[in-house]
Design a binder for this molecule. Sequence first.
Ligand code: DON
Length: 557
Amino acid sequence: MRILLITLGLLGLVACSNQPTEQTTSDYAVAMPDKFGAQVAIDVLEQGGNAVDAAIAAQFTLAVTYPEAGNIGGGGFMTIYIDGQPDFLDYREMAPEAASRDMYLDEDGNVHPTDSLFGAKASGIPGTVAGMWEAHQKYGKLPWARLVQPAVTLAKDGFHVPPKLAGRVSRYIKRLRDNERDSNFEHYFGAATEADVLFTQPELAATLARIRDQGPDGFYKGDTADAIVAYMQKTNGLMTHDDLANYHAKWRTPLAFDWRGYKVVTAPPPSSGGIAVAQWLGMVDTVLKTNIMPAHNSAPYLHMVSEAGKRVFADRAEYLGDPDFFDVPQSELMQPAYIESRAKDINLTAISPTEGIAPGLHESEDTTHFSIVDKWGNAVSNTTTINLSFGAGVVAEGAGFLLNDEMDDFSAKPGVPNFFGAIGGEANAIEPYKRMLSSMTPTIVLEDDSVKLVTGSPGGTTIISSVTLSIFNTLLYGMTAEEAVNSPRFHHQLWPKDTIRVHDGFNKATLTALEAMGYTIDDRRFGDLHLILNENGKLSAASEKNGRGKAIVRNTQ
Ligand code: DON
């Protein structure tokens, strides 16, 4: 069937490739960024916990074993499908009260090169602990302490450092030294530069034990809060006790839209990802109404998808921000007629001028993701981040966790790109207690009310392309989960002009043809995808092989 679908796809005949599937499955599965998270999550599912329980336990575990992105010092989004109902938890960081629009500009009005990326001043108020608590209050089955304990044990008794982690820590320390950064990172993580050594984190263990015993008060109040605030005061950070006490995670209505017979449930603002994926899928469909589907990963395919991406990112820069602060025109941006009109001038043989791609409504490196399905058919798609690898590069002394550098996701100055090259303006300007715009796009695709696909990825703005392409690759091109996570990906975000980012695995002739059209090819890594796919009643799960992820599928029988 899969080969047939691909063949049909190549012929441009995949108007609707979703064949009837057996919807019931007794499988349960996890796709995780590391083996520790995978084991802890599958144990929870085995012991009667649901997908949300497994997500909470995995989130705390990754805060210990995946320090480059797993966290209690950051935030994230959780897309949930439980008892037949979709839900969405926003535990994104918020700007401290003392934050202000121009806080990263120097006296000449230029954006400071590192203040929003490195050190305590780069940190938003962490949302993870409040988020996990909210998720547990609403949906948890197993006791809170049971879910936090594996993380406490791994921090206290230690874990053997995977070689890929040792490599990442070593390279990060070298970078800090080369750039003469004033950081306590080496003090905390220097022992994790050697593969296979037993690495313990006693301060983090004590913080996690307080969270286990006191819930969010173990983080936002008392000893942990005191340690965070003392570190802020010592190193020019902004966060106060009030900021910590005022943090709240938020339940939001997930974004949901129909696509080719499926229902896609995904992230609403302050993520840009859900609206972007809806527009991207919709524009490609518009083009395919009157054109033959180009061959998978051919130059015409990359060009067509990139042209849609340019229009997606023009809207992102203008209209998207925290909906509690900025009136995001969500329903207009999602209107099928609007999306169709945006795709009208896509030319399949030539690059449209970048400067001509305006927002359409008026004239005018490290995150991590995991996917879970439990034996009841509930699903969690969770993306979490401290922004760049190892966040702000500094540890809250006395509390033992890395601080995020999420403030860089705001627009520090209109038109000036952030680390991921994203530009923005008023919608995403810095304001006290505002959430910075995100690209994180945890997504669940439903077929006849059952989970068909759970997908998500790290990778800054490329998250949106990774999620879109994972939907194309599995549901349009019939790839297995394993094939989809390892399939080469590409990305176009309007600026830099006419630049397609690709990585590994593309045919040389494809790239040469794109260059001949006028594209610049930028070869850089993407984030690692973690997918679960229901293939005719059997779950398959996969984590991209470049990372250190692990996927496990079990059956109740
Ligand atoms: O929320 C966002 O869009 C970014 N902070 C995500 C950062 C990220 O994915 C880094 N990973 N490679």
